[in-house]
Design a protein around this ligand. Structure first.
Ligand code: SF4
Length: 343
Protein backbone atom coordinates (compact mmCIF):
# COMPACT_ATOMS: atom_id res chain seq x y z
CA UNK A 1 0.00 0.00 0.00
CA UNK A 2 1.36 3.47 -0.78
CA UNK A 3 2.70 5.43 2.19
CA UNK A 4 0.10 7.60 3.89
CA UNK A 5 -2.84 5.27 3.27
CA UNK A 6 -2.81 3.88 6.81
CA UNK A 7 -5.24 6.60 7.89
CA UNK A 8 -7.95 4.82 5.89
CA UNK A 9 -7.33 1.36 7.36
CA UNK A 10 -9.59 0.32 10.25
CA UNK A 11 -10.45 -3.17 11.48
CA UNK A 12 -13.60 -4.34 9.73
CA UNK A 13 -16.80 -5.35 11.46
CA UNK A 14 -18.76 -8.51 10.72
CA UNK A 15 -16.19 -11.13 9.85
CA UNK A 16 -15.23 -14.52 11.29
CA UNK A 17 -11.71 -15.83 11.81
CA UNK A 18 -10.98 -19.21 10.23
CA UNK A 19 -8.04 -21.66 10.37
CA UNK A 20 -4.80 -20.81 8.53
CA UNK A 21 -5.29 -17.05 8.86
CA UNK A 22 -8.28 -17.12 6.55
CA UNK A 23 -11.33 -15.01 7.30
CA UNK A 24 -14.98 -15.15 6.26
CA UNK A 25 -16.68 -11.80 5.69
CA UNK A 26 -20.31 -11.83 6.80
CA UNK A 27 -21.14 -8.24 5.99
CA UNK A 28 -22.96 -9.04 2.77
CA UNK A 29 -24.59 -12.24 1.47
CA UNK A 30 -21.61 -12.98 -0.75
CA UNK A 31 -19.74 -14.33 2.32
CA UNK A 32 -16.28 -14.13 0.77
CA UNK A 33 -13.70 -16.46 2.29
CA UNK A 34 -10.38 -14.67 2.04
CA UNK A 35 -6.79 -15.82 2.36
CA UNK A 36 -4.13 -13.78 4.07
CA UNK A 37 -3.12 -10.73 1.97
CA UNK A 38 -6.18 -11.09 -0.25
CA UNK A 39 -9.27 -8.93 -0.64
CA UNK A 40 -12.95 -9.72 -0.91
CA UNK A 41 -15.05 -9.32 -4.06
CA UNK A 42 -15.72 -5.65 -3.30
CA UNK A 43 -11.98 -4.91 -3.41
CA UNK A 44 -11.99 -2.58 -0.39
CA UNK A 45 -11.59 -5.05 2.49
CA UNK A 46 -8.33 -6.92 3.05
CA UNK A 47 -7.09 -9.83 5.17
CA UNK A 48 -3.81 -8.98 6.90
CA UNK A 49 -2.50 -11.86 8.94
CA UNK A 50 -5.95 -13.17 9.84
CA UNK A 51 -7.43 -9.81 10.77
CA UNK A 52 -9.83 -8.17 8.34
CA UNK A 53 -9.61 -4.47 7.52
CA UNK A 54 -11.57 -1.92 5.58
CA UNK A 55 -9.29 0.21 3.40
CA UNK A 56 -11.84 2.98 2.80
CA UNK A 57 -12.68 4.48 6.19
CA UNK A 58 -12.84 8.25 5.60
CA UNK A 59 -11.51 7.72 2.06
CA UNK A 60 -13.90 9.85 0.05
CA UNK A 61 -13.70 9.75 -3.75
CA UNK A 62 -16.86 11.79 -4.41
CA UNK A 63 -18.46 14.56 -2.34
CA UNK A 64 -21.25 16.86 -3.53
CA UNK A 65 -24.08 18.90 -2.09
CA UNK A 66 -27.29 17.54 -3.65
CA UNK A 67 -31.02 18.09 -3.12
CA UNK A 68 -32.30 15.13 -1.11
CA UNK A 69 -34.85 14.62 -3.94
CA UNK A 70 -31.97 13.58 -6.20
CA UNK A 71 -31.28 10.43 -4.12
CA UNK A 72 -34.34 10.14 -4.51
CA UNK A 73 -36.01 10.63 -1.15
CA UNK A 74 -39.44 12.25 -1.53
CA UNK A 75 -40.79 11.76 2.02
CA UNK A 76 -37.64 12.65 3.94
CA UNK A 77 -37.09 16.36 4.67
CA UNK A 78 -38.25 17.57 1.23
CA UNK A 79 -36.54 20.65 -0.13
CA UNK A 80 -33.39 20.16 1.94
CA UNK A 81 -29.81 19.46 0.95
CA UNK A 82 -27.82 16.29 1.57
CA UNK A 83 -24.03 16.28 1.90
CA UNK A 84 -23.41 13.30 -0.37
CA UNK A 85 -20.32 11.11 -0.18
CA UNK A 86 -18.92 7.88 -1.59
CA UNK A 87 -15.85 5.72 -1.40
CA UNK A 88 -14.65 3.38 -4.17
CA UNK A 89 -16.05 -0.14 -4.52
CA UNK A 90 -19.24 -2.17 -4.63
CA UNK A 91 -20.41 -5.66 -3.69
CA UNK A 92 -22.30 -6.23 -6.95
CA UNK A 93 -21.57 -5.41 -10.60
CA UNK A 94 -24.70 -4.04 -12.29
CA UNK A 95 -24.37 -3.88 -16.05
CA UNK A 96 -26.32 -0.60 -16.04
CA UNK A 97 -24.30 1.10 -13.26
CA UNK A 98 -24.32 4.90 -13.52
CA UNK A 99 -21.22 5.27 -11.38
CA UNK A 100 -19.07 2.40 -12.53
CA UNK A 101 -15.94 4.60 -12.63
CA UNK A 102 -15.96 4.63 -8.82
CA UNK A 103 -17.98 1.53 -7.97
CA UNK A 104 -16.06 -0.99 -10.07
CA UNK A 105 -12.53 0.01 -9.06
CA UNK A 106 -10.22 -0.48 -6.13
CA UNK A 107 -9.57 2.44 -3.82
CA UNK A 108 -6.04 2.96 -5.19
CA UNK A 109 -7.46 3.53 -8.68
CA UNK A 110 -9.38 6.71 -7.90
CA UNK A 111 -8.39 9.99 -6.36
CA UNK A 112 -9.64 10.26 -2.80
CA UNK A 113 -9.30 12.59 0.13
CA UNK A 114 -9.30 12.03 3.85
CA UNK A 115 -12.57 13.16 5.39
CA UNK A 116 -12.95 11.81 8.92
CA UNK A 117 -16.45 11.61 10.44
CA UNK A 118 -16.29 14.85 12.41
CA UNK A 119 -15.21 16.74 9.32
CA UNK A 120 -18.10 15.30 7.30
CA UNK A 121 -20.55 16.44 9.95
CA UNK A 122 -18.95 19.90 10.02
CA UNK A 123 -19.00 20.17 6.20
CA UNK A 124 -22.66 19.15 6.15
CA UNK A 125 -23.48 21.92 8.60
CA UNK A 126 -21.36 24.52 6.77
CA UNK A 127 -23.19 23.68 3.56
CA UNK A 128 -26.59 23.96 5.19
CA UNK A 129 -27.33 20.26 4.71
CA UNK A 130 -30.05 18.60 6.77
CA UNK A 131 -28.48 15.18 6.18
CA UNK A 132 -25.42 13.24 5.10
CA UNK A 133 -26.18 10.90 2.19
CA UNK A 134 -24.06 7.79 1.61
CA UNK A 135 -24.53 7.27 -2.09
CA UNK A 136 -23.09 7.01 -5.64
CA UNK A 137 -21.28 3.68 -4.96
CA UNK A 138 -22.47 1.17 -2.29
CA UNK A 139 -22.49 2.19 1.38
CA UNK A 140 -22.58 -1.44 2.54
CA UNK A 141 -18.92 -1.79 1.60
CA UNK A 142 -17.95 1.33 3.57
CA UNK A 143 -20.11 0.23 6.47
CA UNK A 144 -17.74 1.21 9.32
CA UNK A 145 -17.35 4.71 7.95
CA UNK A 146 -21.13 5.12 7.55
CA UNK A 147 -21.67 4.20 11.18
CA UNK A 148 -19.00 6.59 12.46
CA UNK A 149 -20.06 9.46 10.19
CA UNK A 150 -23.72 8.94 11.13
CA UNK A 151 -22.80 9.12 14.83
CA UNK A 152 -20.78 12.30 14.26
CA UNK A 153 -23.69 13.72 12.27
CA UNK A 154 -26.19 12.86 14.98
CA UNK A 155 -24.02 14.60 17.59
CA UNK A 156 -24.03 17.70 15.36
CA UNK A 157 -27.77 17.56 14.58
CA UNK A 158 -27.33 16.22 11.03
CA UNK A 159 -29.29 13.16 9.92
CA UNK A 160 -28.04 10.26 7.80
CA UNK A 161 -29.63 8.78 4.70
CA UNK A 162 -28.27 5.66 3.00
CA UNK A 163 -28.73 4.92 -0.70
CA UNK A 164 -28.09 1.21 -1.16
CA UNK A 165 -28.74 -1.91 -3.18
CA UNK A 166 -29.80 -3.56 0.08
CA UNK A 167 -27.43 -6.49 -0.46
CA UNK A 168 -26.44 -6.87 3.18
CA UNK A 169 -26.78 -9.48 5.90
CA UNK A 170 -29.36 -9.13 8.62
CA UNK A 171 -27.03 -8.53 11.57
CA UNK A 172 -25.10 -5.59 10.06
CA UNK A 173 -28.35 -4.22 8.67
CA UNK A 174 -29.88 -4.18 12.14
CA UNK A 175 -26.82 -2.30 13.38
CA UNK A 176 -27.01 0.13 10.46
CA UNK A 177 -30.67 0.89 11.17
CA UNK A 178 -29.80 1.95 14.70
CA UNK A 179 -27.36 4.57 13.42
CA UNK A 180 -29.07 6.10 10.38
CA UNK A 181 -32.42 7.77 9.75
CA UNK A 182 -33.41 6.64 6.26
CA UNK A 183 -32.48 3.94 3.77
CA UNK A 184 -33.38 3.98 0.11
CA UNK A 185 -33.15 0.56 -1.47
CA UNK A 186 -32.57 0.03 -5.18
CA UNK A 187 -34.75 -2.95 -5.94
CA UNK A 188 -33.12 -3.78 -9.26
CA UNK A 189 -35.82 -6.16 -10.50
CA UNK A 190 -38.36 -8.58 -9.12
CA UNK A 191 -36.73 -11.68 -10.60
CA UNK A 192 -33.75 -13.74 -9.51
CA UNK A 193 -32.82 -14.11 -13.18
CA UNK A 194 -32.15 -10.38 -13.50
CA UNK A 195 -30.15 -10.41 -10.26
CA UNK A 196 -28.08 -13.36 -11.56
CA UNK A 197 -27.56 -12.11 -15.13
CA UNK A 198 -27.38 -8.33 -14.77
CA UNK A 199 -26.47 -7.57 -11.14
CA UNK A 200 -24.35 -10.53 -10.08
CA UNK A 201 -26.31 -10.72 -6.84
CA UNK A 202 -29.45 -12.24 -5.33
CA UNK A 203 -33.00 -10.98 -4.93
CA UNK A 204 -33.94 -12.82 -1.73
CA UNK A 205 -31.55 -11.05 0.69
CA UNK A 206 -32.67 -7.68 -0.70
CA UNK A 207 -36.33 -8.51 0.00
CA UNK A 208 -35.36 -9.68 3.48
CA UNK A 209 -33.50 -6.40 4.02
CA UNK A 210 -36.60 -4.41 3.04
CA UNK A 211 -38.72 -6.31 5.57
CA UNK A 212 -36.16 -5.71 8.32
CA UNK A 213 -35.81 -1.99 7.59
CA UNK A 214 -39.58 -1.65 7.76
CA UNK A 215 -39.82 -3.71 10.95
CA UNK A 216 -37.13 -1.62 12.67
CA UNK A 217 -38.89 1.62 11.71
CA UNK A 218 -36.09 3.23 9.71
CA UNK A 219 -37.60 5.41 6.99
CA UNK A 220 -37.50 3.56 3.67
CA UNK A 221 -38.19 4.32 0.03
CA UNK A 222 -37.73 1.99 -2.94
CA UNK A 223 -36.34 2.77 -6.37
CA UNK A 224 -36.81 0.52 -9.38
CA UNK A 225 -34.81 1.37 -12.49
CA UNK A 226 -36.86 0.12 -15.43
CA UNK A 227 -34.54 -1.43 -18.02
CA UNK A 228 -36.23 -2.06 -21.39
CA UNK A 229 -36.78 -5.77 -22.17
CA UNK A 230 -34.99 -6.94 -18.99
CA UNK A 231 -37.23 -6.04 -16.02
CA UNK A 232 -40.23 -4.26 -17.58
CA UNK A 233 -42.94 -6.95 -17.81
CA UNK A 234 -46.46 -6.45 -16.42
CA UNK A 235 -46.20 -9.65 -14.45
CA UNK A 236 -42.97 -8.52 -12.79
CA UNK A 237 -44.42 -5.10 -11.86
CA UNK A 238 -47.58 -6.74 -10.50
CA UNK A 239 -45.61 -9.34 -8.56
CA UNK A 240 -43.51 -6.64 -6.98
CA UNK A 241 -46.53 -4.48 -6.11
CA UNK A 242 -48.29 -7.44 -4.45
CA UNK A 243 -45.12 -8.33 -2.54
CA UNK A 244 -44.69 -4.76 -1.29
CA UNK A 245 -48.34 -4.56 -0.27
CA UNK A 246 -48.18 -7.89 1.57
CA UNK A 247 -44.79 -7.48 3.23
CA UNK A 248 -44.19 -3.77 3.71
CA UNK A 249 -47.55 -2.05 3.35
CA UNK A 250 -49.14 0.22 0.76
CA UNK A 251 -47.59 3.43 2.06
CA UNK A 252 -43.93 2.79 1.12
CA UNK A 253 -42.90 5.27 -1.61
CA UNK A 254 -41.90 3.50 -4.82
CA UNK A 255 -40.00 5.37 -7.54
CA UNK A 256 -39.85 4.05 -11.09
CA UNK A 257 -36.80 5.53 -12.71
CA UNK A 258 -35.88 5.92 -16.35
CA UNK A 259 -32.89 3.95 -17.63
CA UNK A 260 -30.30 5.64 -19.84
CA UNK A 261 -27.94 3.49 -21.94
CA UNK A 262 -24.55 3.26 -20.24
CA UNK A 263 -21.69 1.09 -19.00
CA UNK A 264 -22.36 -2.48 -20.26
CA UNK A 265 -25.92 -1.89 -21.48
CA UNK A 266 -25.33 0.72 -24.16
CA UNK A 267 -27.23 -1.45 -26.64
CA UNK A 268 -30.60 -0.77 -25.01
CA UNK A 269 -32.76 2.35 -25.54
CA UNK A 270 -33.85 4.72 -22.74
CA UNK A 271 -37.03 3.58 -21.00
CA UNK A 272 -40.08 4.76 -22.95
CA UNK A 273 -42.33 7.02 -20.89
CA UNK A 274 -45.24 4.67 -21.64
CA UNK A 275 -43.43 1.82 -19.87
CA UNK A 276 -42.94 3.92 -16.74
CA UNK A 277 -46.58 4.94 -16.80
CA UNK A 278 -47.65 1.31 -17.21
CA UNK A 279 -45.54 0.33 -14.19
CA UNK A 280 -47.17 3.07 -12.13
CA UNK A 281 -50.68 2.16 -13.30
CA UNK A 282 -50.15 -1.47 -12.23
CA UNK A 283 -48.88 -0.45 -8.78
CA UNK A 284 -51.69 2.09 -8.37
CA UNK A 285 -54.22 -0.62 -9.26
CA UNK A 286 -52.70 -2.88 -6.61
CA UNK A 287 -53.29 -0.13 -4.05
CA UNK A 288 -49.79 1.31 -3.51
CA UNK A 289 -50.32 4.89 -2.38
CA UNK A 290 -47.13 6.73 -3.33
CA UNK A 291 -45.83 5.67 -6.73
CA UNK A 292 -43.52 8.14 -8.47
CA UNK A 293 -41.81 8.43 -11.83
CA UNK A 294 -38.20 9.61 -11.91
CA UNK A 295 -36.02 11.22 -14.59
CA UNK A 296 -39.15 12.54 -16.33
CA UNK A 297 -39.20 16.22 -15.30
CA UNK A 298 -42.56 17.96 -14.92
CA UNK A 299 -44.56 14.72 -15.01
CA UNK A 300 -47.59 14.81 -12.64
CA UNK A 301 -46.25 11.61 -11.02
CA UNK A 302 -43.42 13.64 -9.45
CA UNK A 303 -45.86 15.15 -6.96
CA UNK A 304 -47.13 13.66 -3.71
CA UNK A 305 -50.91 13.32 -3.52
CA UNK A 306 -52.92 12.80 -0.36
CA UNK A 307 -54.25 9.23 -0.58
CA UNK A 308 -57.56 10.35 0.97
CA UNK A 309 -58.57 13.65 -0.69
CA UNK A 310 -56.19 13.33 -3.72
CA UNK A 311 -54.95 16.92 -3.44
CA UNK A 312 -51.26 17.74 -3.88
CA UNK A 313 -49.47 17.71 -0.52
CA UNK A 314 -45.92 18.06 -1.88
CA UNK A 315 -45.74 20.00 -5.14
CA UNK A 316 -42.52 18.91 -6.78
CA UNK A 317 -40.95 19.60 -10.19
CA UNK A 318 -37.67 17.81 -10.74
CA UNK A 319 -35.71 18.44 -7.56
CA UNK A 320 -37.57 21.66 -6.80
CA UNK A 321 -40.25 21.86 -4.10
CA UNK A 322 -42.88 24.41 -5.18
CA UNK A 323 -45.28 23.96 -2.31
CA UNK A 324 -45.68 21.96 0.88
CA UNK A 325 -49.27 21.43 1.99
CA UNK A 326 -48.50 19.49 5.12
CA UNK A 327 -49.13 20.49 8.70
CA UNK A 328 -47.35 18.36 11.29
CA UNK A 329 -47.15 15.47 8.83
CA UNK A 330 -50.83 15.67 7.87
CA UNK A 331 -52.58 16.78 4.70
CA UNK A 332 -53.45 20.47 5.06
CA UNK A 333 -56.88 19.91 3.44
CA UNK A 334 -58.24 16.73 5.06
CA UNK A 335 -55.77 16.05 7.93
CA UNK A 336 -54.88 12.60 6.63
CA UNK A 337 -51.47 11.54 8.07
CA UNK A 338 -48.86 11.28 5.30
CA UNK A 339 -46.05 8.88 6.16
CA UNK A 340 -42.56 10.34 6.09
CA UNK A 341 -39.97 12.34 8.02
CA UNK A 342 -41.14 15.88 7.51
CA UNK A 343 -39.88 17.99 10.41
S1 SF4 B 1 -18.68 -6.99 1.85
FE1 SF4 B 1 -17.11 -7.39 0.29
S2 SF4 B 1 -15.71 -8.85 1.23
FE2 SF4 B 1 -17.57 -8.85 2.48
S3 SF4 B 1 -18.79 -10.55 1.68
FE3 SF4 B 1 -19.46 -8.68 0.62
S4 SF4 B 1 -18.22 -8.56 -1.25
FE4 SF4 B 1 -17.24 -10.06 0.11
Amino acid sequence: MPAGDSQFVVEAKHYEKQPNRKIKCVLCPRECVIDDRERGYCGVRENRGGTYYTLVHSRVCAAHVDPVEKKPFFHFHPGTLAFSIATAGCNVNCKMCQNWEISQVRPEQVESRYLPPREIAALAKQNDCRSIAYTYSEPVIFFEYVLDAADAGRAAGVKSAVVSGGYIQQKPLTELCRHVDAIKVDLKAFSQKFYADIVNGELKPVLEALVTIRKLGTWNEIVYLVVPTLNDGDQEFRGMAKWIKGNLGVDVPVHFSRFQPQYLLKNLPPTPLGTLERAKAICDAEGLQFVYLGNVPSHPAEKTYCPKCRRVVVDRTGFLIRGLNLVKGRCRYCQQPIPGVWG
